[in-house]
Design a protein around this ligand. Structure first.
Ligand SMILES: NC(=O)c1ccc[n+]([C@@H]2O[C@H](COP(=O)([O-])OP(=O)(O)OC[C@H]3O[C@@H](n4cnc5c(N)ncnc54)[C@H](O)[C@@H]3O)[C@@H](O)[C@H]2O)c1
Length: 384
């Protein structure tokens, strides 16, 4: 079996998650890591017994590397993904795909020209019962979709001493939370329902317009600092957002997101209401799919390699009753992506529904419509 030789670029919070899951895949060999923080990269390379590349240029110039995983902050996504595609590498990138739809469109075009599909880590698609939700809706179990409602709440930026590069436009782009958490939720909404979001009406706010940035080195995501050495920073990017949504079939939706929701760590909820029945999924109870009925008792469906729809069983990798989690969802996404790379070589044309650059580009188009809507105070169509 050919092993895909992979380098992870950016080994902060999510880069380490990528490394752990990549090492479980039989058709992948993690060969190296890169990080702007050389000490961090060296120690991660040592820990995993892989090469420490000094920079991404040296990775792209290494003909033995097949695939890069781009786990850097948002600003680096476009230039690095583009350089990797031009260097003939395959790419799995973190979201958002780029800082604008112009950039994401260019990446999509480049991937198409190369006749390849690159992946974006919209990992919440890959919980077994999320796949099950999509399969049930595709089979018509819910009937006509009327409403899609939900939220994505966290609390890690609640205090003015909480800080992240995500609050700096230079690194994050023109949005914090709608790009970060909103992109995941909108991808889930389109993936589960199979319906495109066509119009958006947005409101958002920078609730804490001044924060204190720790001065003793960078703060990695979700990490805590004990420092008392802060610098006051004006913050322009939003820490709260809400969207009214219209879908292509006329369905209506609402979405709320906040990073100031004390007690909510990674609380994603999505509810889909149809003409026959409804379903709901919540990340804090990720193995369960709630099925709602009008004329009989509601049901709780648990992920299961035996009971799920035939197409989604392979994502439930443990016997029924043994819950899977975030790492497993990411493993499922990576497994599909690397199977796709294999199928591309042997021409087996298996269908894989991993989030690709098309999905990443959709995310950027929806985000831009939301930003324009807030600016104008009107509904804005999502460009196609
Ligand atoms: N899919 C998910 O569930 C998920 C979860 C978290 C983060 N993310 C995405 O992953 C990306 C990284 O986020 P994070 O939370 O891991 O951030 P982080 O700050 O914890 O880590 C980023 C790392 O990238 C390094 N870096 C910065 N610029 C670099 C460059 N030019 N070359 C090499 N390394 C560089 C930093 O030194 C740091 O170690 C973001 O775009 C974020 O949106 C996705």
């Amino acid at each position: 079996m050919k092993k895909h030789r992979v380098v992870v670029i950016g080994v902060g919070y999510i880069g380490l998650v990528h490394i752990r899951e990549l090492r479980k895949l039989p058709n992948v060999e993690l060969v190296g890591v890169v990080d702007k923080n050389q000490d961090l990269a060296k120690s991660v390379a040592e820990q995993y017994g892989v090469t420490h590349y000094p920079d991404s240029e040296s990775v792209l110039g290494d003909p033995t590397v097949d695939v890069i995983h781009n786990c850097t902050p948002n600003r680096e996504h476009f230039p690095l993904n583009k350089a990797a595609l031009l260097a003939g590498k395959e790419v799995l990138t973190e979201k958002p795909l780029a800082l604008s739809s112009k950039e994401s469109g260019e990446l999509l075009r480049l991937a198409k020209e190369r006749k390849t599909r690159c992946a974006v880590n919209f990992c919440y698609r890959y919980y077994p019962v999320v796949q099950e939700a999509r399969a049930r809706i595709a089979k018509g179990e819910l009937g006509v979709i009327y409403n899609v409602l939900g939220h994505y709440l966290q609390d890690w930026l609640l205090y003015d001493t909480d800080y992240s590069w995500r609050l700096e436009p230079d690194l994050a782009g023109s949005s914090n939370i709608l790009a970060d958490l909103g992109s995941h939720w909108c991808d889930l909404a389109e993936f589960i329902t199979g319906l495109k979001i066509t119009e958006v009406f947005a409101d958002y706010r920078t609730t804490l317009p001044v924060r204190r940035k720790p001065q003793d080195g960078e703060v990695l995501t979700f990490s805590k600092t004990e420092t008392t050495n802060f610098k006051e920073m004006s913050i322009s990017l939003e820490d709260y957002g809400s969207l009214l949504l219209r879908f292509e079939n006329g369905a209506r939706g609402t979405f709320v997101t906040s990073e100031l929701a004390a007690g909510r760590k990674c609380d994603i909820e999505i509810e889909v209401y149809g003409s026959k029945s409804s379903l709901a999924w919540r990340h804090e109870r990720p193995s369960e799919l709630w099925l709602g009925h009008r004329d009989k008792a509601n049901e709780l469906f648990f992920e299961s390699p035996l009971l799920q729809d035939e197409k989604t069983r392979r994502y439930a990798r443990l016997p029924s009753g043994h819950p899977m989690g975030y790492h497993d969802a990411i493993y499922n996404l990576f497994a599909d992506y690397y199977s796709y790379l294999e199928s591309k070589n042997d021409q087996s044309f298996t269908e894989y529904n991993f989030p690709d650059f098309e999905a990443g580009h959709r995310g950027m188009l929806i985000l831009e419509a939301a930003l324009a809507s807030k600016e104008k105070g009107t509904w804005v169509s999502v460009r196609s």
